[in-house]
Design a protein around this ligand. Structure first.
Ligand code: MTE
Ligand code: MO
Length: 223
């Protein structure tokens, strides 16, 4: 009985400590998002914006489409290098997702078009020992994810946003979109997707950002 439990807690020599620890545990549970009601759309600590801020290292590489190439290699059975025409000849998919940036803005209902990670995986066929991925970008940026994160249904190599080609400032010709994680995992100007048998932290992950970056657990920073 709940009443009996309560009485026995109060009898403990450390009753006060137990009570406050239990309170911390309850608060912790709320922070993780595990008990998040389905109608909650804004992760903890975020605010909604209607514009689309630009964030990068300050170098916005302009890659003409006839020069653009995407290499997918490392621990895969069938490494490929796609030029623009080959990339556009892959099955195309449309997705709608929310952006959550670690700098606390979120932007709802972004319409993307591109090639799904699922399709890409079916083409390159990761070897059994492949467990992690690093994205390499034309501006030298890198970011890492687990293969299982990349393999999610909603992960896209996007070339269009709201029915128009992605602008250079937002990572065109092609950027990664990983909706379930903070936006720093979504590499702009992607040029290489490398499959690895061990984790390899990327640019921000080496500079104090969380290695995973789940916004529902507020995985902003490491340590
Ligand atoms: N190549 C590259 N990708 C990048 C970055 C970058 O500096 N270079 N910045 C990341 C960060 S921190 C964020 S918040 C988003 C910003 O994307 P946006 O400028 O389209 O909003 O891109 C991510 N991808
Ligand atoms: Mo960011």
């Amino acid at each position: 009985m709940a009443g009996d439990d309560r009485r026995s807690d109060a009898d403990l020599p450390n009753a006060k400590l137990v009570e406050s620890k239990q309170k911390w545990a309850e608060e912790g549970r709320l922070l993780t998002g595990a008990a998040r009601p389905p109608e909650q759309r804004l992760p903890p600590g975020q605010r909604e914006v209607k514009n689309w801020p630009v964030l990068d290292l300050g170098v916005q590489p302009e890659i003409p489409l006839d020069m653009w190439k995407l290499r997918i290699d490392g621990l895969v059975e069938n490494p490929v290098t796609w030029g623009w025409e080959e990339f556009k000849a892959q099955p195309q998919e449309q997705q709608v997702s929310d952006i959550h940036c670690v700098t606390a803005w979120s932007r709802y209902d972004n319409h993307w078009e591109g090639v799904s990670a699922r399709h890409l995986l079916s083409v390159v066929k990761p070897k059994p020992e492949a467990t992690h991925i690093v994205f390499h970008s034309f501006d030298t940026y890198t970011t890492n994810v687990k293969l299982s994160v990349f393999a999610d249904d909603d992960v896209l190599l996007a070339h269009s946003w709201e029915g128009k080609p992605l602008t250079v400032e937002h990572g065109g010709p092609v950027r990664v979109i990983i909706p379930k994680f903070y936006f720093w995992k979504s590499a702009k100007w992607v040029k290489r997707i490398e499959f690895l048998s061990a984790d390899q932290p990327g640019f921000w992950e080496l500079r104090g950002y969380h290695n995973d970056g789940d916004p529902w657990n507020e995985e902003r920073y490491s340590g």
